[in-house]
Design a protein around this ligand. Structure first.
Ligand SMILES: O=C(CO)[C@@H](O)[C@H](O)COP(=O)(O)O
Ligand SMILES: [Fe+2]
Length: 228
């Protein structure tokens, strides 16, 4: 699979969301960070804005829910038009049931891990998911520095995906840029969220293309991708 680049609208101008979505035409997904000021110390947007955004763009929405009680709220994001919904392992009460509900409603189900949360306890849950998100910053804000220390966790997760023969996508989110994306791809990531690196660029659409090329080149020479 070619690398997928998902610009994060957290770094966009919230008063011009429809235009900002169009500015990254050619992106695989639009990453929408939902924050509730409880699970993380920041507040962004909710269901009504996701609903409007889904109507305003043909780019599928990848909703990253940094909220408490995703068991209650995640299905509403599918109904609002999200094509992929990510809940946090640290917040979900019944992750298997929730992943099944998201899939049954017609979206891709994804689970995120904060930097301090290990992957190993969730090995048996991987077949229930379409994507796993490894946070490479502490969730809550855009523009933070990439945590290199997450690279072994990305490698380990890629090994588990191979061990179980899964089609699971492996997403990284936080501090992904021209100077860090290759390390992520080499470690095993294939879906890349980039906020400031895309919306902070002179030409956001060109930044998406350049990041994709970098990731594809790094993946082509990575051991994990042989025969992938
Ligand atoms: O989920 C988050 C932050 O919690 C991210 O999606 C950020 O929005 C990514 O922004 P950059 O680190 O790429 O600037
Ligand atoms: Fe995110």
């Amino acid at each position: 699979m070619a690398a997928q680049i998902n610009p994060s609208i957290l770094s966009a101008d919230f008063a011009r969301l429809a235009d900002e979505a169009k500015a990254v035409q050619g992106a695989d997904w639009l990453h929408v960070d939902v924050m509730d000021n409880h699970f993380v110390p920041n507040l962004t947007l909710g269901v009504p804005i996701v609903e409007s955004l889904a109507k305003a763009t043909s780019t599928p929405l990848d909703c990253h829910l940094m909220i408490e009680d995703p068991d209650r709220w995640a299905p509403q994001y599918v109904e609002a038009g999200a094509s992929s919904v990510t809940f946090h392992a640290e917040a979900a009460h019944a992750p298997v049931r929730l992943a099944r509900e998201i899939r049954a409603k017609g979206a891709r189900a994804s689970m995120a891990l904060k930097p301090a949360t290990p992957i190993e306890p969730y090995e048996d849950l991987l077949p229930e998911l379409d994507m796993l998100l490894i946070m490479t910053v502490e969730p809550g804000f855009g523009g933070q520095a990439f945590l290199d220390i997450m690279l072994p966790k990305i490698r380990r997760t890629r090994e588990l995906i191979a061990k179980h023969g899964l089609e699971l996508w492996l997403q990284v989110d936080g501090g992904v840029s021209a100077s860090t994306i290759e390390r992520c791809a080499e470690a095993g990531a294939d879906v890349f969220v980039a906020g400031s690196a895309v919306y902070g660029a002179q030409d956001p659409a060109e930044a998406v293309r350049a990041l994709r090329t970098q990731a594809d080149t790094a993946t082509a020479s990575a051991a994990w991708a042989c025969g992938h």
